[in-house]
Design a protein around this ligand. Structure first.
Ligand code: F6P
Length: 504
């Protein structure tokens, strides 16, 4: 860490800690900390006024951004430099959306053209009748497609998609129960094409097709992967292998051929709109400076809470049923990217890194976990995500109650309320941010996801972290393999558990 970074972190620790009520004495605060981005798919308002960011904090973070060379690091992301230093790779998810290094953008365009041809061939009936797709993948190969389909394919779905990730056979059986084998295709989505859960589920899905009268089960399989040779070796016909680049990280891969089920369910135009919405956010992130840059400003607030105010968690509540999977999507994005304890150069980080991201859907969560947010001893910054236009056609009372509750929670967290009875008193001064979309559609969803990708990257840069590796997941996988192989010895507790389950 250079001296300027050390100075900025020290300055952050020494900053005063104003209360939100004091910050709101500034009549211009809402205007300054609420920004509306006018996107093609509809405006999105990012209201960070109910966080504790103020001019002094922003000045410190601007210094930190300068000290960490944030503008150059951002440019390195977009220009295809090998910023994933531990794995020696470029990081090219933005190129999938057409923003980035020319060669990578061209390559992504070629892969998309191949994917589009297959999607349209299926829609055109060239592969027989296809009513269902079982999309098999895990982590980044499942969470993005599941989110996008759940959000966008409620009313119109050209093909009925079931995303299966868990190795627990109950997950796959549940999908089988909803699909007719004669009209079902299987997508095997795996960047590496080696992930045990995915490969085991894929083999079982193939067997299910075969056992249920499909004579050419392999002929019903599509592979989405950065390891096309392995897919062909596994038995997928080369014409149904949709490759993507090694430099697209798993949790950033929705935009690549991993998005195949989204295009199949919604049609190519909608998938393109998803990419276009994300590209609009890319351009904002690339060209805006300091706190005017929305993902960077969000990262400033995130670090204010983890580093200055000791908040170890951040909660995200989607006040929109269509976005109910958003919190789990964000969990992987943020916790796998920034849940690290060393900096890119291997030296220890100088404080907490990614907070624990958790959340749920409003208003359900109000009746379950909000007690802790209002009166618990742990202060948890909250993000609310909502849309002005409803997703339903029922009595407008539904949407009105949904939105008023969302805004009421932010107000209540901030204002609190005194009471002579301590059990009934609310301390208030609890931070929240609100993202208010004009509507939820492919373009705004793309922009929302890209906003969070860049927020995560920006926080990583400010902390000196490589947000693009995930070595923390490897040890458990290795131990599982050695258990399976047998002969290895483990601690007494693990040995006893294995014995109790008949696995030793
Ligand atoms: O184990 C973690 C992880 O590597 C994630 O980063 C990734 O999204 C997931 O597993 C699935 O990997 P793959 O797409 O290679 O099957």
């Amino acid at each position: 860490m250079n001296e300027a970074e050390t100075r900025a972190w020290k300055a952050l620790e020494e900053l005063p800690k104003p209360r939100l009520a004091d910050l709101f004495a500034d009549a211009g605060r809402v205007e300054r900390y609420s920004t509306t981005l006018d996107l093609d798919g509809g405006a999105i308002r990012f209201d960070w006024s109910k966080t504790h960011l103020d001019d002094a904090a922003i000045a410190v973070f601007d210094d930190l951004a300068a000290a960490t060379d944030f503008p150059a690091k951002r440019m390195a992301l977009f220009s295809g430099e090998k910023i994933n230093v531990t794995e020696g790779r470029a990081v090219q998810h933005t190129a999938q959306r057409g923003v980035g290094d020319e060669g990578a953008v061209d390559e992504a365009g070629a892969f998309h053209a191949r994917m589009r041809a297959l999607v349209e061939a299926i829609h055109g009936g060239l592969l027989g009748e296809v009513k269902h797709l079982i999309h098999i993948g895990i982590g980044g190969s499942a969470l993005g497609p599941a989110l996008a389909i759940d959000a966008l394919a409620r009313d119109i779905s050209l093909v009925d998609v079931h995303v299966v990730s868990n190795i627990d056979g109950c997950a796959l059986e549940a999908a089988f129960a909803k699909c007719d084998p004669a009209t079902t295709m299987i997508a095997v989505a795996s960047k590496t094409f080696t992930t045990i859960e995915t490969m085991t589920n894929a083999a079982s899905a193939l067997a299910w097709l075969g056992e249920n009268g499909v004579s050419d089960a392999y002929g019903r399989v599509v592979a989405l992967t950065a390891a096309p040779d392995k897919a062909v070796e596994w038995g997928v016909d080369e014409t149904r292998v949709l490759p993507f680049s090694e430099s697209v990280g798993g949790r950033y891969s929705l935009w690549s051929s991993i998005g195949f089920p989204v295009a199949l369910a919604l049609g190519w135009d909608e998938f393109s709109a998803l990419l276009a919405g994300a590209a609009e956010m890319d351009r904002h992130f690339l060209t805006s400076e300091g706190a005017a840059n929305l993902p960077l400003r969000a990262a400033y607030a995130d670090l204010l809470y983890t580093r200055q105010r000791g908040c170890q968690a951040r909660a995200v509540f989607a006040y929109d049923e269509r976005l109910r999977l958003f919190p789990s999507y964000l969990q992987q994005l943020e916790m796998e990217s920034n849940g690290k304890r060393v900096r890119s150069d291997g030296t220890p980080v100088n404080g907490p890194t990614a907070p624990i991201t958790w959340g749920g859907v409003g208003t359900d969560a109000q009746h379950a976990v909000f007690q802790l947010l209002h009166q618990g001893t742990v202060i948890t910054p909250v993000d609310f995500i909502a849309a002005i236009q409803p997703g339903d056609t029922l009595d407008p009372a539904h949407h009105k109650i949904l939105l008023t509750n969302c805004f009421a929670q932010g107000a209540a967290l901030m204002a609190g309320r005194d009471n002579a009875d301590p059990a009934r008193a609310y301390p208030g001064d609890r931070p929240s941010a609100t993202i208010l979309c004009e509507e939820i559609n492919a373009a705004t969803l793309g922009a929302l996801i890209a906003f969070h990708e860049h927020r995560t990257f920006a926080a990583g840069v400010l902390m000196g972290i490589n947000s693009f590796d995930q070595f923390g997941v490897e040890l458990g996988k290795e131990i599982a393999k050695s258990i399976e192989a047998g002969g290895a010895s483990f601690d007494a507790s693990t040995s006893a558990l294995l014995e109790a389950a008949g696995l030793s």
